[in-house]
Design a binder for this molecule. Structure first.
Ligand code: SAM
Length: 260
């Protein structure tokens, strides 16, 4: 029995049992694990999470789905269903304990805000598993030089090690979304991927550089960084001044930020 999916809340329920099992197998939970599920929906994988983990917190914005879940899992003692907007949810309000394993099949229109919100609480998170539109997954995991590489890739890779685990065809969902999805793992790094003196400046440089994607770095960043310093950067790191943002690695951006 399915509730009528609400398009406005990005409700595309995962109905393919094989994929549900594949997700659970790749997460590989143990009794000492605490799981935070984002958007449990009708509980496609919630029961399996509760079977394998010690404790599961499931944050769902839709009040009627929370009622359905509370009813469906009335006898499941290690599940807490929380009716809240995840984007306003304070992860520090959860009881202290092990770092969280976060898992979610999340609406495509709030993918970036959800990732940003999670990374605000990174000290409480061990690993994040997300089902997202294929294009988003590719952006998060993209290497320099590829079409999908951009400021969001740099942001995500600064804090985590993203890896696409497998593709999920659109007909695995009800209703099927327009495009296929990917299941992605983002392991939180102990330390950021690169060392910088000023993180705010690093991300400002990255954002500015990619906003001006078509321009060379030199032209794109001229308002932010004096020419003299840019030239010094190109010379010191033996980089062609005609290079474009998509060809620079996170380490290159860090080197530039640290020169200023
Ligand atoms: N996990 C379920 C599954 O795989 O079948 C449902 C996935 S569905 C793509 C996304 C779920 O996130 C829906 O249940 C929706 O109501 C919920 N949701 C949407 N926006 C949310 C938000 N801001 N905070 C918490 N849950 C949200």
């Amino acid at each position: 029995m399915h509730t009528k999916p609400k398009k406005s809340l990005g409700q595309n329920f995962l109905i393919d049992r094989n994929i549900q099992d594949k997700i659970i197998d790749s997460v590989g939970l143990a009794q000492e694990d605490t799981v935070l599920e984002i958007g449990p929906g009708e509980g496609a994988i919630t029961g399996l999470l509760c079977r394998d983990a010690g404790k599961v917190f499931a944050v769902e914005i839709d009040r009627s789905l929370c009622a359905l879940l509370t009813n469906k899992f009335a006898k499941t003692q290690n599940l807490s269903v929380i009716n809240a907007d995840f984007l306003k949810f304070d992860l520090r309000s959860l009881p202290p304990g092990n770092k969280l394993k976060v898992i979610g099949n999340i609406p495509y229109y709030i993918t970036s805000p959800i990732v940003e919100h999670l990374l605000l609480y990174r000290e409480r998170v061990e690993v994040i598993y997300l089902t997202v539109q294929k294009e988003f997954a590719q952006r998060m995991a993209a290497d320099p030089g590829s079409k999908a590489y951009g400021s969001f890739s740099c942001f995500v890779q600064y804090y985590t090690e993203p890896e696409i685990l497998f593709l999920i065809k659109k007909n695995s969902f009800h209703p099927p979304p327009k495009v296929d999805s990917c299941f992605l793992r983002m392991k939180l790094r102990q330390e950021p991927a690169v060392k910088v003196k000023n993180e705010t400046l690093l991300f400002k440089i990255i954002r500015t550089a990619f906003q001006q994607r078509r321009k060379t770095m030199k032209n794109g960043l001229e308002e932010l960084i004096p020419n003299r310093q840019l030239e010094e950067f190109f010379r010191q790191y033996d980089i062609d001044p005609r290079i474009r943002a998509e060809d620079l690695s996170l380490q290159d951006f860090a080197n530039l930020a640290n020169l200023i």
